[in-house]
Design a protein around this ligand. Structure first.
Ligand SMILES: Cc1cc2nc3c(=O)[nH]c(=O)nc-3n(C[C@H](O)[C@H](O)[C@H](O)COP(=O)(O)OP(=O)(O)OC[C@H]3O[C@@H](n4cnc5c(N)ncnc54)[C@H](O)[C@@H]3O)c2cc1C
Length: 388
């Protein structure tokens, strides 16, 4: 009988420790200071790149460490657990790295993967459009062939980290597939291309990473900007979805662990009656509930990663969706409970707890909303009719 492991390998646990050690040198204070002063987390990003953590899931021959999604998800979670939740972890190595690593030509892999792996060539990802939103089948960004070149036109919204990226992996559709079922094509667009403009959207998230509106007007690209095969775009896009969900779940569980850690420490110290406030069940039980919810979400996230790394895309799909849902819920509750535990201090900038609320809340919306996950589970796990 084969052994079933419900714990991670020693190697993975060691990885977590090392990343936590590195991230703790920066910590929450660094992160919020950068966010509030308009700074960036480039130093941290390059240091995790230099240490091989950013490219841990990228194949060795392209500058990575040849690990899996479980490894990069562990890196993402440990950074967030030290107060440095980085959205670009979800986007650059996990979505773009996976798609290019699986479907790019040899030349494309050589050109883009090493920079994704060491952090010097970060790649953003753009699918969301103002008029399509959740319904990606309605995207209208189009790619037209003109001789040897492609000409792209369209508009994207809420695209993270365009200002920190050298390139954006843009999801478009070819002109002859403008109508009917989505036949997406993926293009790598340099952020300094003529006709490519981006403007930050004022957001309420306390983070140095910004979201952008992107305008793509007659952007001309060489033929090899198209990733992989023009006719296999949907398969390629789907290959990025499970990693995206597993990473988003890890972002949320890391954030939740950070909030819970702060709340627990505070509850042990703060005394207003005769015992520390953590002695009151009204404070202790919600924190205990969060610990349970976070651990359940982590277990499902690790299961999804293990299935994906074992090549079971279907099994990973259900687990990744459930993990992402559970993690976002756990993070929202943990952040809210952390604020409550801190009393008035919970909404001061000094303690920084309220600033976690919006970041945790974003996990219920992006990259896929909780409603769409419930739709997925209702349909695929329970066999209920499609509702949209
Ligand atoms: C912080 C942040 C970072 C992001 N980064 C990126 C990025 O880097 N790249 C990128 O491409 N996108 C990014 N996004 C966009 C994100 O993926 C979208 O916001 C998300 O997919 C939801 O789309 P929408 O905002 O247009 O909401 P809408 O589609 O307008 O949906 C609004 C509400 O209606 C619900 N709804 C819609 N349809 C249904 C249905 N059939 N059944 C039930 N409920 C439904 C949704 O769940 C949601 O609650 C980011 C968003 C945020 C907030």
């Amino acid at each position: 009988m084969s052994e079933i492991a419900f714990t991670e390998s020693d190697e993975r646990r060691e990885l977590r420790k090392q990343v936590a050690r590195l991230a703790s040198k920066y910590g929450r204070e660094y992160f919020t200071e950068q966010a509030r002063s308009g700074g960036k987390t480039t130093d941290l990003w390059l240091e995790i790149g230099k240490n091989g953590y950013l490219g841990i899931n990228i194949p060795e021959e392209y500058g990575g460490a040849g690990g899996g999604i479980g490894d990069i998800a562990a890196v993402c979670e440990e950074l967030a657990a030290q107060g440095c939740p980085l959205l670009m972890m979800v986007v650059s190595p996990a979505i773009c790295g996976t798609v290019i690593g699986r479907f790019g030509t040899e030349e494309q892999k050589r050109r883009w993967l090493p920079g994704i792996a060491d952090g010097t060539g970060t790649m953003a990802f753009a699918i969301t459009e103002p008029d399509a939103g959740t319904n990606s089948h309605n995207i209208t960004t189009t790619a037209r062939r003109d001789g040897d070149e492609w000409v792209l036109n369209g508009r994207k919204i809420y695209i993270s980290g365009v200002d920190e990226a050298d390139n954006v992996l843009v999801v478009a559709r070819t002109e002859d597939a403008k109508t009917g079922k989505l036949k997406p094509c993926l293009f790598v667009v340099p952020t300094d291309a003529a006709g490519f403009e981006f403007y930050p959207i004022p957001m309420e998230i306390v983070s140095p990473e910004l979201q952008f509106q992107v305008f793509i007007d007659d952007v001309r690209l060489p033929a090899d900007a198209l990733v992989g095969d023009e006719d296999a775009g949907l398969v390629q896009l789907f290959a990025g979805l499970n990693p995206e969900r597993i990473m988003a779940a890890s972002f949320s569980t890391g954030l939740a662990r950070f909030a819970l850690g702060e709340a627990t420490a505070y509850a042990k110290e703060r005394t207003v009656f005769k015992d520390p406030i953590g002695a009151h069940q009204g404070i202790a039980h919600p924190l205990a509930q969060s610990h349970i919810e976070i651990e359940m979400a982590r277990l499902m996230t690790q299961k999804a990663a293990a299935l994906l790394d074992a090549g079971d895309d279907m099994g990973a799909g259900e687990a990744a969706n459930m993990a992402k849902y559970a993690a976002a819920e756990a993070a929202c509750d943990a952040a809210d409970r952390a604020v409550q535990t801190h009393g008035g201090n919970g909404i001061t900038q000094e303690y920084g707890m309220a600033g976690l609320l919006v970041a945790a809340r974003a996990g219920r919306i992006a990259p896929v909303s909780r409603e769409m996950i419930l739709n997925f589970v209702a349909m695929h796990s329970l066999g209920l009719p499609k509702s949209y």
